[in-house]
Design a protein around this ligand. Structure first.
Ligand code: SF4
Length: 372
């Protein structure tokens, strides 16, 4: 059966947003226009490998072919509005979208001792705002505006990839879907974007180097397993009991830990893949011995590792980063319970680029982000 094309309602019903199409849909569109299949590969390459922003740049396509394409489709690009570099090298990119919305993405570089770039990880946004309203998250406080298209997701990454090639002399090494928005709430676009990223005619990033994070949308977790996607899955857990999770993550009232457990065990049965539990450590909220014991129990639902993340405080949020002595005690308790856990230190907190800090203040002039 043919895939349903995503047509745009914003330009005309005869026109397609080329970067909203999956590769298969692009082939289908070309087929319907009587354009040979190999041309669709060239178009794909122009869009995602060569960064073409218009049909005119696709110089190996004839003028007639470009005109035929332009009569039914358009290319929508995002543009870089602002770039901020942290003292630790973390770089935050603010992008303008076609409808005057904005999103942020973050480059987190790790360096060898001699200063040469080792890992270049991009944290990408998947939505403008977010509907889930987690208590600790600046994005959640914005409310939800809209989903990003696959092209808007990929464009963030390709822009940062070009920057990495210029500044660090190498392409990005990893992508994490942990920026603004809940990726699995924009399932189809996120899946299309991971396919584009890993395509050899795109930037050819292995799916093993892509991590999609979720607050625990059970149905979509099962869907990933059904569809046999190879990217990694991370769970934003942040509290180890329903009682505590209810207090900071409203999603838990409809999808509690029991439903998360069921979905993850289904995921593991189907994929044999382990997951990562992300756990922001909040002072005197989720950092006591009892919490460590409960976290240990959850981590044994399936093969997993745990990332303990040191929270970057957000203006107006009561929850605070755990103190060092409490962190150390918590880590010792996890070790006692045989949990594989790593501490992730804050990166980019001087530019509000850390976990939970990404947000655009609506009504502000372009380029403004919420001040700490
Ligand atoms: S943590 Fe994720 S799911 Fe929760 S409000 Fe923030 S962006 Fe949304």
């Amino acid at each position: 059966m043919r895939e349903t094309m995503i047509s745009t309602e914003t330009v005309s019903d005869k026109k397609y947003d080329l970067k909203s199409l999956s590769k298969a849909q692009l082939v289908q569109l070309c087929d319907e226009l009587g354009i040979e299949k190999f041309r669709s590969k060239q178009i794909f390459q122009w869009l995602y490998q060569k960064g073409a922003q218009s049909f005119d740049e696709m110089t190996n396509l004839s003028k007639d072919l470009r005109e035929r394409l332009a009569s039914v489709a358009f290319i929508r690009n995002i543009s870089l509005a602002q770039k901020q570099v942290s003292k630790d090298g973390t770089t935050k990119f603010l992008f303008n979208l076609f409808d005057n919305r904005q999103v942020e993405a973050v480059l987190i570089p790790e360096f060898f001792p001699d200063g040469v770039a080792d890992r270049l990880t991009v944290c990408v946004s998947s939505q403008v705002g977010c509907v889930f309203g987690c208590a600790f998250c600046a994005t959640g406080k914005m409310g939800f505006f809209r989903n990003l298209t696959p092209g808007e997701i990929v464009d963030q990454i390709t822009t940062i990839n070009t920057y990495c090639l210029e500044i660090h002399g190498k392409k990005i090494t990893n992508v994490v879907y942990m920026g603004m928005g809940e990726p699995l709430h924009n399932y189809q676009s996120v899946i299309h974007s991971t396919d584009i990223l890993s395509d050899k005619l795109g930037i050819e990033l292995s799916q093993k180097r892509i991590t999609v994070s979720t607050v625990g949308l059970a149905k979509q977790i099962k869907q990933i397993a059904e569809d046999e996607h190879q990217f990694n899955l991370a769970i934003s857990l942040h509290a180890p009991s329903d009682e505590k999770r209810d207090k900071i993550m409203p999603i838990n009232s409809s999808m509690n830990l029991a439903s998360l457990k069921e979905a993850l065990q289904y995921y593991y049965t189907k994929t044999s893949k382990s997951v990562t539990f992300e756990y922001l450590l909040f002072d005197e909220f989720n950092d006591c011995d009892e919490d460590a014991k409960n976290l240990a129990t959850i981590s044994k639902w399936l093969p997993s590792k745990v990332n303990i993340i040191m929270y970057n405080n957000v203006l107006g949020v009561e929850l605070q980063r755990a103190r060092e002595d409490r962190l150390n005690k918590f880590m010792r308790a996890l070790t006692k319970h045989n949990v594989r856990a790593t501490v992730r230190r804050s990166r980019g907190d001087d530019i509000d680029a850390g976990c939970g800090q990404l947000a655009i203040r609506e009504g502000q002039p372009q380029g403004k982000t919420i001040a700490k």
